[in-house]
Design a protein around this ligand. Sequence first.
Ligand SMILES: Nc1ncnc2c1ncn2[C@@H]1O[C@H](COP(=O)(O)OP(=O)(O)OP(=O)(O)O)[C@@H](O)[C@H]1O
Ligand SMILES: [Mg+2]
Length: 376
Amino acid sequence: MNNPFIFRVYKSKELFCNREKELKTLLANCTSGADTTLIAQRRIGKTGLIHRLFDEIKTEKMPVIPIYADIFATRSLDDFIKTLSDAIMNAIPEKSGIGRKFSKFIKALRPVITYDPLTSAPQIQLTLQNEEEKTQTLKGLLTFLDTQNEKILLAIDEFQQIREYPEKNVEAMLRTIIQNLNNVTFLYCGSKRHMMLDIFSGERNPFYRSTEFLTLQKLDHDVYSAFIGSHFRENGIGIDNETIDYILDWTRTHTYFTQRLCHTVYNMATDKVDVQLVKEAASQILQSDSVVFGQYQQMLTAGQWNLLIAIAKEGSVSQITARPFLRKYRLGNPSSVNRTVASLVEKNIIDESSENGKTVYSLNDVFLSRWLEEKY
Ligand SMILES: Nc1ncnc2c1ncn2[C@@H]1O[C@H](COP(=O)(O)OP(=O)(O)OP(=O)(O)O)[C@@H](O)[C@H]1O
Ligand SMILES: [Mg+2]
């Protein structure tokens, strides 16, 4: 029997919980041609939502070609262009009208085409030289998309990565090209909140207010609870609400962690799940992830590590430089703690969110948080 709780790539609508409201917004933006910026905490379900959107576009046969480019691993403008070309190649059928035109377009750039040994997906290697040439190629690619007879939705995941490129003025250059397109709608996605906000709402930046914002919160407790219950029960495994509440509490309703715990519980279950079994599954996960947690410790300074332990012990902290908190965990003076917090937010290890006007900090990795809480 296939495990219904997935925690890697998107599979199907049935295995995806809710997000109907966000999906509707994205569909509407796509239809009206409004570009969107999707920002949310790590592993909450941004990429999954993009794939859910693409699935909907395809099953509803909407007149839009969705293209997905994940630029997380790109380090330069060359990489960006290459990733974009690969994404286009993968999204449009080679033998379709556009596919043939695109092949011709790419061939004119004299690329080397290789095939991924694992997936046999075609990959393009371009030999670009100076920045002017790169700009022209990028402009060519996007203009190519813009001049087809179909609307295009281009989703760029981990968009903040463009800030890491060594080339100057990447944002301005991109914005200038994008501004002149009529048929391509963009969906920019990212989890580095500060950077994404700076790109899209920083007054002096080229993308300033060029998009609509969409943020993803955690899934609603009751909706998620019903989803979990039905997937166990449909597969002949009994589970009561108290046990589901235990799961959601332990994972703080954070999507990836909930999915992974449910996945493990499902694998261990025979005909019934109770809290005891959930605890065993949780401890198995922490045991297996402890290797990764050890690496975190080596990567961080003692001050950073101690602050992580303190936040983990509290679950979440709103007044991070308040005396009682600093004293309780012997964290030192407020200004140095502020610096440590900033460095951990920058590394995306702690999440900074606002609740009722207060800034709240918690660990992005719920399992690390539970592990620290237990160990120290
Ligand atoms: N609504 C949902 N219902 C069920 N599973 C989901 C849902 N949203 C996301 N998931 C699953 O949770 C896992 C993490 O989600 P996803 O990769 O989309 O998060 P992300 O926000 O893009 O994370 P990252 O910041 O690391 O890129 C994936 O396996 C995804 O399929
Ligand atoms: Mg993602």
